[in-house]
Design a protein around this ligand. Structure first.
Ligand SMILES: CC(C)(COP(=O)(O)OP(=O)(O)OC[C@H]1O[C@@H](n2cnc3c(N)ncnc32)[C@H](O)[C@@H]1OP(=O)(O)O)[C@@H](O)C(=O)NCCC(=O)NCCS
Length: 156
């Protein structure tokens, strides 16, 4: 049974595997190999990655011994990372993480949620009530990786 829990120090390597597999196995349908490699290189500096994960402190979807997805929400309502393992797509794990983020939005009394959402994840975010505010073309490691700023106003 999958449970959603808070981030714990030590989760960082498992979260990197989720991030990498989500991008290379799921987002690959919408982005070129060059874009995927720039977005999720095979190796990222583990110190920087750990600092990043500890900084955003995401919720983690845990199935037995394995972390299978993670997503954060900041006190501004911004969702920085939202990834489900490339081995576990379309099993409702993303929906569970999204529900947990909405529960947190209630607790924090957030007026809105927002995120820079990949092309791959846009239909998923739309299904959860987000709307596109603007298309964006951010550059990561020298490569343009198009996404969209999406927002959802309070209905919680
Ligand atoms: C976007 C993402 C987080 C969604 O995660 P997910 O766990 O697959 O999401 P869900 O399973 O809740 O929903 C996805 C789809 O599976 C369907 N689904 C859910 N449970 C299902 C089940 N048991 N059987 C069949 N389909 C199911 C949902 O209806 C939904 O369908 P839709 O896309 O047609 O609406 C994931 O695909 C991902 O990590 N993508 C790549 C990385 C990325 O772009 N991340 C976002 C960066 S902003």
């Amino acid at each position: 049974m999958i449970q959603i829990r808070r981030f714990q120090v030590g989760d960082e390597p498992a979260l990197f595997r989720i991030y990498h597999s989500a991008i290379h196995q799921i987002a690959c349908r919408d982005y070129t190999q060059e874009q995927l490699d720039a977005w999720a290189p095979a190796a990222l500096d583990p110190v920087l990655w750990s600092a990043r994960m500890q900084g955003i402190a995401p919720f983690v979807a845990q199935d037995g011994e394995h972390a299978v997805g993670y997503a954060d929400v900041q006190t501004t309502g911004y969702i920085d990372h939202f990834f489900v393992s490339g081995c576990r797509p379309r099993q409702g794990i993303g929906a569970m993480l999204m529900r947990r983020i909405h529960e947190e939005a209630v607790v924090l009394r957030l007026p809105e949620l927002s995120s820079d959402v990949s092309r791959t994840a846009q239909p998923f975010f739309e299904r959860h009530g987000f709307e596109v505010v603007e298309q964006r073309s951010p550059v990561l490691r020298g490569v343009v990786i198009p996404n969209a700023l999406m927002r959802k106003s309070r209905d919680w």
